[in-house]
Design a protein around this ligand. Structure first.
Ligand code: PHB
Length: 402
């Protein structure tokens, strides 16, 4: 960690306040010629999961974000960052209180979060009410860049509609006509289901059954038994994190792996292959990232990330990194003048982001316009197969930007 960072951990974790009073006293004690006016730090509230099924996703996002900032000497637009972190536990019920802590108590300038769509919807409501700049490094809730779209809310990841939209075409091309869909029953699962059905049924295929279980439950057996009795041509799914690893393992243990091919949005295999490598071999997925993209930018990012964190990067690390890039580029364009909100928003709208996933553009509704890749699991990697859909923009249904 950058030694100049001030790290506050709240509410459930340890607190580590570096006393501002002590800092101020030291400054006063310095002889006048040595005192340089430093621009105020930019306060960034990171609201991400540190526990539960999405914990590793939160870590990867944080790592990526900090890497982008560290590449700029720990500053964005000439201003150091002061971090405030909250473990949101992927719990939507706690989202209003957690967000208010960051906005009202800590008075953060920027909210970064979250992974879970339900949590992000709670955050976005408060961001809209208070005008706080919000950058979403994962959660795909369609409404945030749809009916709830706002001039101060930007997403650097994807909408739930996006990664599964091309999957229907991919599966139809492989001759599948009947599909069972399975996912957690909450915004991300439901919106992915809707998007998949829309894309797949356009090809003449049929979603014969939609199965679901509450987030973050992992009692898959009864649903797998139902799939075995329906005998569809294929299964498509949305799961992520530790729950995704369990689903892949259970799918194989139920004897379905070699009988009914499993597909999904790439979250099913991202960041978890070390745990379920044998059971995941050959799985085809669609996502806005892959582990072997033919891009020098990505190779450089992957090497650096692996060296720095002793971890392989995944889509979440890239999204965190891109969130740092977007904030940094916007802050550089206003020369650190965060108060110039209009110019800041203008800089982000239409911004071209030179990302490890490939260059993408921030849409007018504040969601990435990006390539979606087809990937196949080989060993511990989601190998790039092809571009499944070039420059896919979310339809942003219902967005009326103020
Ligand atoms: C979501 O809740 O929007 C979500 C969570 C995890 C993912 C993707 C989407 O990997």
């Amino acid at each position: 960690m950058n030694p100049i960072d001030t790290q506050h951990t709240t509410p459930s974790g340890r607190r580590n306040f570096i006393s501002r009073t002590a800092g101020a006293a030291a400054a006063i004690a310095l002889p006048a010629p040595f005192v340089h006016a430093q621009p105020a730090k930019l306060k960034v509230g990171m609201m991400l999961p540190a526990t539960g099924t999405f914990a590793s996703l939160g870590t990867a996002i944080t790592n990526g974000f900090r890497m982008a900032v560290a590449e700029r000497g720990g500053k964005v637009g000439g201003r150091e960052i002061e971090y405030f972190t909250i473990d949101d536990e992927s719990n939507p019920a706690k989202a209003p209180e957690n967000t208010n802590r960051l906005v009202q108590r800590d008075k953060v300038d920027v909210l970064v979060g979250s992974v879970h769509s339900g949590v992000a919807l709670g955050m976005a409501k408060i961001a809209r009410e208070t005008g706080t700049l919000m950058l979403i490094p994962n959660a795909g809730a369609d409404d945030i860049t749809g009916p709830m779209c706002a001039s101060n809310i930007f997403r650097t990841s994807f909408s739930n509609w996006q990664p599964v939209h091309p999957l229907g075409k991919v599966m139809a091309e492989r001759g599948h006509k009947t599909v069972v869909w399975i996912s957690w029953k909450y915004a991300a699962g439901d919106e992915s289901a809707r998007s998949f059905k829309e894309g797949f049924e356009k090809t003449g295929g049929k979603v014969v059954k939609e199965l679901g279980l509450p987030f973050p439950n992992v009692e898959f057996q009864p649903l797998l038994a139902e799939i075995a009795s329906i005998k569809p041509d294929a299964v498509a799914c949305f799961f992520a994190g530790a729950g995704a690893a369990k689903f892949i393992a259970d799918y194989a243990a139920a004897g379905l792996k070699d009988k009914i091919p499993l597909y999904g949005s790439g979250f099913i295999t991202d960041g978890i292959l070390q745990a379920v490598q044998p059971q995941a071999q050959g799985l085809l997925t669609t996502l806005h990232y892959a582990d072997s993209l033919p891009l020098a930018r990505d190779k450089e990012f992957r090497t650096k990330y692996a060296t720095q964190y002793k971890l392989q990067p995944d889509v979440y690390a890239v999204q965190g990194y891109d969130t740092g890039l977007v904030l940094a580029q916007a802050m550089e364009s206003v020369k650190g003048d965060f108060g110039n909100k209009q110019a800041l928003a203008r800089a982000m709208e239409g911004m071209k982001v030179d990302s490890p996933r490939g260059t993408w553009t921030m849409s007018k509704q504040h969601n990435p316009i990006q390539d979606i890749y087809l990937r196949r699991v080989e060993g511990e990697q989601n190998k790039y197969v092809s571009v499944a859909w070039k420059a896919l923009a979310d339809p942003a249904r219902g967005c009326r930007m103020a």
